[in-house]
Design a protein around this ligand. Structure first.
Ligand code: G3H
Ligand code: 13P
Ligand code: ZN
Ligand code: NA
Length: 313
């Protein structure tokens, strides 16, 4: 069914795994992701950014997700990713999304609290859950670019105060992940101690098994990068979060892991390869079908070997 993330997160927290949240922009991505979830009997979150809404139209996205639910029989949540304002959250709730993120992480703290609270009140009155963000990730999302020097990790005491005052259902934190394909100059490093502290302080404050969200969690599969480059691409120095670190995060309080870049790389790699190997072909179902297959393969690998949500249905 089309569901909120509430039950998914309760089970994930207790089971020591995470649910994958994959960004969707078109039919092939939707189909690739849900085919993988179906094959692994896994719950899944399909998420849509503001620019995806603009690209594909909310009604088309909702209709494709409804079709996916009907066709697979899986529990699927439809989530607004990085909602910039109450208006966009309202638009998505109106359209039938089951979950929205309000991202006020770039506002000062009190403004983030006030704006998040407003979204929570609106969403909860309509049975929709809310994710918010505290701390600043490095990297690029939509038009906002944050360099590493301006990224700030989430303060644990502030996280507790934020959850208390806003009533959010889940919290995205900054512990070293970043958006996009160029996450680290040197060694990858995540602040697991901070995650532990945040979890413990939330628990002590009465928020039992409170779900944490990890954005910017693509691994940037080097085979996909190499495939892009082999067939005319030019992607240099791309680096993501090692699978091992995501496995560890998934075993902890992290219940939702966001991945978009990995899907983009897989789609591009498959299409470049198809163009490279079949220069005379021009049926879009050929190269888009290849892209869909590679996305499925990638997402199945995540579900089995990274986030551990196999048989979470
Ligand atoms: O965090 C951002 C997501 O990767 C969505 O990116 O706004 O280009 O769709 P987008
Ligand atoms: P990646 O860029 O690491 O895929 O992160 C996606 C994301 O956080 C979407 O909200
Ligand atoms: Zn994000
Ligand atoms: Na977890």
């Amino acid at each position: 069914a089309l569901v909120t993330t509430k039950e998914m997160f309760e089970k994930a927290f207790q089971g020591g795994y995470a649910i994958g949240a994959f960004n969707i922009n078109n039919m092939e991505i939707v189909q690739g992701v849900v085919a993988a979830a179906k094959a692994q009997n896994s719950a899944v979150i399909l998420q849509v950014s503001k620019s995806a809404l603009k690209y594909a139209h909310p009604k088309y996205l909702k209709a494709m997700v409804d079709a996916a639910v009907e066709e697979t029989g899986l529990d699927i949540a439809l989530h607004l990713d990085h909602g910039p304002d109450l208006e966009t959250c309202k638009e998505c709730i109106e359209c039938g999304f089951t979950s929205v993120m309000f991202d006020g992480s770039h506002y000062d703290y009190e403004e983030n609290v006030a704006k998040t609270k407003e979204v929570v009140e609106y969403a909860h009155a309509r049975g929709v859950v809310v994710e918010a963000e505290l701390g600043k990730l490095a990297g690029v999302e939509d038009d906002v670019k944050v360099d590493a020097a301006n990224a700030t990790y989430t303060d644990p005491d502030q996280a507790v105060d934020f959850v208390k005052r806003t009533g959010v259902d889940s919290l995205a934190i900054a512990i070293g992940t970043s958006h996009g394909a160029y996450k680290f100059k040197g060694e990858a490093k995540l602040d697991f101690d901070r995650l532990e502290t945040i979890t413990k302080k939330l628990e002590d404050a009465g928020f039992h098994n409170f779900p944490i969200v990890l954005h910017g969690a693509s691994s940037v599969d080097q085979r996909c990068v190499a495939m892009c480059n082999e067939y005319g691409g030019k992607i240099d120095g791309a680096k993501g979060i090692p699978a091992e670190m995501l496995r560890k995060a998934s075993s902890m309080a992290v219940c939702k892991i966001n991945m978009d870049t990995d899907l983009r790389l897989a789609m591009t790699a498959a299409i470049r390869k198809s163009f490279g190997e079949n220069p005379a072909a021009f049926d879009p179902r050929g190269y888009l079908g290849d892209a869909r297959n590679l996305i499925q393969e990638l997402v199945e690998d995540k579900i089995k070997n990274v986030i551990g949500s196999v048989d979470s249905m």
